[in-house]
Design a protein around this ligand. Sequence first.
Ligand code: AMP
Length: 143
Amino acid sequence: MRVTNILKAKVDRLVTTRPDATLGEAAEIMRREGIGAVIVTEAESEQLAGIISERDIARGLAVHGDKLADMKVAEVMTPSVVTCGPDDTLEEIMQMMTSGRFRHLPVIRDGGLVGVISIGDVVKIRLEELEAETHMLQDYIRG
Ligand code: AMP
């Protein structure tokens, strides 16, 4: 299974915010969209500028307290984002998430952002694969 197939099976649209949005706005996007991270893009170029996840907000709250909601996304986001490509395999992206200790991977195709794969997508597909393998083995055993 490759990233391109995983993206095809998803119906979600790409949710982004800007570096100068406030963290209150970013948290509201996460609540409204039911997601745990938002991709941050530059206003003019639409280029990837960073990622902000609920973990950054939890850490930010511990460090900055009440001020956090009015601070800018750029102040607590992770600017050095690890990305994947359409031809990367499920195994490769599982490895990236495990070694990087994060649950979101933006997908870049031809220099542009085309989607995000979350750990939830990975778990869902892996479960489907395991179920299919189990059925195949059961059929094989039954002859
Ligand atoms: P997550 O597990 O995705 O909620 O993110 C945990 C931490 O890793 C947060 O500080 C995120 O900003 C950061 N993070 C999430 N995804 C990535 C990624 N693809 N590349 C680099 N950092 C990331």
